[in-house]
Design a protein around this ligand. Sequence first.
Ligand code: DOR
Length: 434
Amino acid sequence: MHEALVFRRVRAVDPSCDLDREVDVVVEGRTITRVGPGAGDGLAGERVRIIEVAGALLVPGLTDMHAHLREPGQEGKEDVASGLAAAAAGGFTDVCAMPNTRPVNDTRAVTELLMHRARAVGGARLHPIGAITVGQKGESLTEMADLRDAGAVAVSDDGLCVTRSDVMRRALEYANTFDLPVIQHAEDHALTKDALMHEGAVSTRLGLRGWPRVAEDVIVARDVLLAEYTGAKYHVAHVSTLGAVRIIREAKSRGIKVTAEVTPHHLLLTDASLIGYDTACKVNPPLREDEDLVALRGALADGTIDCIATDHAPHSLLDKQVELSEAAPGMIGLELCVPLMLGLVEKGLLPLARVVDALTRAPSKIVGLPARAIREGAEANLALVDPNRSWTVAPERLRTKSRNTPFMGQTVKGMVLMTLVTGAVAFDAAAPKA
Ligand code: DOR
């Protein structure tokens, strides 16, 4: 066990404290004790580990406010241990787990089980998200006070939309009394029945039933009005359309408490990826068109979209090696987020500081977690990234139990080298894979 870790001559980037410079960062025990040029000078010896990688970035530990860890009920796809290991390998120190498990996390008992499992396995920290409605049926509200007391940081029926306006209104009012954000999966199911992909020229050509943009937009528009009426905190999960971006931008300009996230895949891929009927590209909401991509990138850059969330959705081979109509929607994301987002930075499409903010301070603030800053005296929650190192996405490299990603076999640039959770090494790329 080392007494001190020294990150020597790293580019430390933490927009929450206006930091972007080459420094040494010293970690002793659970704490960042020194930050500055030459701060690690003089530290040497057996009990000091010095890490120096030319061109490396050091950022605060990332927060993913939207992941599916599948426990309880579908541990063949993922469980808390593998999910938190994958998260740490992706640079995340904090992961919020969506409640569409089996059983649904709609009770204190399931939330407590998750907290207990997470404490036992280590890796990144887990923050459960409780359901909005019992069984995600969209009818009666859950006991949100119980969920919050057990450790839930937000409520959502993700995977399904709360379509009834009266239920959504009461959910916002009730959650507001506990200061919990309500995260909506915005999909008018009446408009997406049997849909397999985005509705547009490609779906017409392929002869597949489409999921029109407006199915997302009508829900976001209604919810914004309800958020304004109730004064509650409303968050839109995985925004995918230019229309939703427009509505959120207008709502924010009027001071409504609305926040939003976007996934790396909605920033990078379009419905054209479905031309070969690749089930790895079936995702909910679906991959859209170029104009949506442009709108989403612009909205992330200007802060209309607050944060990046992976929507890590592990599925088994059996769920994906079937016809498109039978395939489960979703793709894995925890271990690919950093390189995919750095790719957009390298192309000059997004500023690095905004990407770091969207993966650290912004999501933490939405779910009420403490900011993980690079500052003397702060708890050491850090991710070390080599932005210049390329690697090929391959099954044996991944910690998640699932393999469902259209990026499999592709070479990406940007590698997470180390993740510290409260000073402890939760991931070390140099250590053999367990
Ligand atoms: O693609 C998706 N997969 N979207 C969702 O909303 C749910 C998720 C899942 O649970 O697999």
